[in-house]
Design a protein around this ligand. Structure first.
Ligand code: CTP
Length: 471
């Protein structure tokens, strides 16, 4: 049998140290899984998984001793694993194992096994690649499932019958889709079919893990790959029914609207080219989520009146179900969804100062991100239409900057406080103070007065007089 050696990928000095300790202790071990995959793909890696034929914990203890205290080791006895931190690496040592699963759980029954058993129990061929770290087999590739071939051809495929791999551990369905998005790999036909067949099993997986994978899809270069696969495998309707509801077109009197799902994932891709901000990406995925429930047909065609507000109202329940944070991140997404039509309505022929001022006031620090989403929202195939819309938004951006420089309403602080109003007129806290305060704010936003203390005080006096209040 001839072997392939891939020593050239084993550049990390820690591997030599592991190998030396293994030789001195007569231990057989291999580096396996994600580290091998990512090193060959020349992707950055930090974590290393080492399979020890024998006890991972015992070997980690010996290695830690050999390193002379330059490391910290944690032991997870119930899993039979040890984690060693060294030079910014997390190196996990685990005994080679054999696994079998019961139907109702993704917790396997684990026994010790050979390297071969260990490779078989793994999720995808590209994750089964193992490389010898012994003196005799240093750099030798052990690849019983042709993972190297799949890595070259950019294919996600299970080493065993995909039905068994996914039924054993349904999280792997999400992992397959996530890897395809992250690495830009195809999912092999039978593997994809098995995901579809086993999709209901996703219910035994915790929401946190599912969302973790969704977030990785979201952070990939072209998230639409992941969402398309989720859709094809019919997982989308289970984990994101609100996004799935955007699918499809209706036709009335020969008029059809666009498919809002495909539009949305295009927007998400457009946006992902401009921003790494995962929350802005979530806002892109959800910006039209209110459309299905506000859809209507009028003489002029299809309408989605109020879908911005309807969508914004849906955000908390979606975030709660997905176990996404219910803090300022959620409020950020909600606000962007709610405001996503505002710059569009601004970009008509004449952009009035007061409309721009109001947008700055309402969006505050989110205004730049909002504009980035609006630009990504242009998905027309007609180059001229795209050019025209982009040009309009350029004008809006320019105007936003001009007005902000002049009026500073982006993080509006009232130039006259409630306390000052009460003091000037000897008023108790109450409705009248609120009315005066609001009138000042509105006058500034409408451009009646500037955002300036002196002008605001003068306006306050006039307003109070009009209300019959004397100072
Ligand atoms: N693995 C598996 N089934 C899972 C999770 C992991 O078979 N549900 C195996 C794979 O062989 C994987 C290895 O365990 O390569 C390590 O898992 P993990 O660290 O979660 O994944 P990586 O492949 O390293 O990739 P990433 O860090 O991007 O998740």
């Amino acid at each position: 049998m001839s072997y392939v050696y891939i020593k050239m990928y084993l550049n990390d000095p820690v591997l030599k140290l592991i190998s030396k300790t293994a030789f001195e202790n007569n231990t057989e071990l291999y580096v396996i899984g994600g580290y091998v995959r990512d090193t060959i793909l020349r992707r950055p890696t930090k974590d290393m998984d080492i399979v020890v034929v024998g006890s991972g914990i015992d070997f980690a203890k010996k290695l830690a001793r050999a390193m002379g205290g330059k490391t910290s080791v944690s032991f997870y006895k119930s899993f039979g694993t040890a984690m060693l931190r060294y030079n910014g690496h997390e190196i996990e040592f685990v005994g080679a194992r054999k696994e079998s699963y019961r139907k109702e759980s993704r917790k396997p029954i684990v026994e010790s096994g050979s390297l071969d058993d260990d490779q078989k129990r793994r999720d995808f061929t590209i994750n089964t690649l193992a490389v010898g770290l012994g003196r005799e087999n240093y750099g030798q590739l052990l690849d019983p499932f042709n993972g190297m071939e799949d890595l070259k051809n950019r294919i996600i495929r299970t080493p065993l019958d995909p039905g068994i791999t996914f039924s054993d551990d349904p999280l792997r369905m999400m992992r397959a889709i996530r890897f395809s998005a992250q690495l830009n790999f195809q999912i092999e036909k039978y593997t994809l079919k098995a995901i579809k067949d086993n999709r209901k099993r996703i219910e035994i997986i915790s929401q946190e893990r599912i969302t973790d994978e969704l977030n990785k899809i979201m952070q990939s270069e072209k998230p639409s790959t992941g969402f398309n696969h989720l859709d094809k495998a019919a997982l989308l309707e289970i984990i994101l029914p609100e996004v799935h509801a955007m699918k499809g077109v209706d036709v009335v009197e020969g008029k059809m609207h666009k498919d809002n799902f495909y539009h949305t994932i295009k927007v998400l891709d457009n946006l992902s080219k401009k921003s790494e901000n995962i929350w802005l990406r979530w806002a892109a995925l959800l910006h039209d989520v209110g459309k299905p429930r506000t859809k209507g047909y009028a003489e002029s065609g299809w309408t989605f009146h109020g879908h911005d507000l309807a969508g914004a109202k849906m955000i908390p329940s979606i975030f709660r179900r997905l176990k996404l944070p219910l803090n300022e991140k959620m409020r950020y997404v909600q606000k962007i969804v709610q405001l996503h039509l505002r710059p569009i309505s601004l970009s008509g022929e004449e952009i009035t100062d007061s409309a721009v001022r109001r947008l700055l006031f309402d969006a505050g620090d989110l205004v730049d991100d909002l504009m980035t989403l609006c630009e990504a929202d242009i998905t027309s195939k007609n180059k001229e239409t795209v050019r025209r819309h982009m040009n309009n938004f350029k004008q809006v951006r320019k105007k936003l900057q001009e007005i902000e420089e002049k009026d500073a309403v982006r993080n509006f602080q009232p130039p006259v406080t409630g306390d000052e109003i009460m003091e000037t007129f000897g008023l108790p806290p109450g409705r009248e103070v609120g009315i005066i305060k609001k009138a000042i704010k509105e006058a500034i936003l409408d451009g009646v007065i500037r955002n300036d203390k002196e002008e605001a005080r003068k306006f306050m006096m006039e307003k109070a007089k009009e209300m019959g209040i004397e100072s």
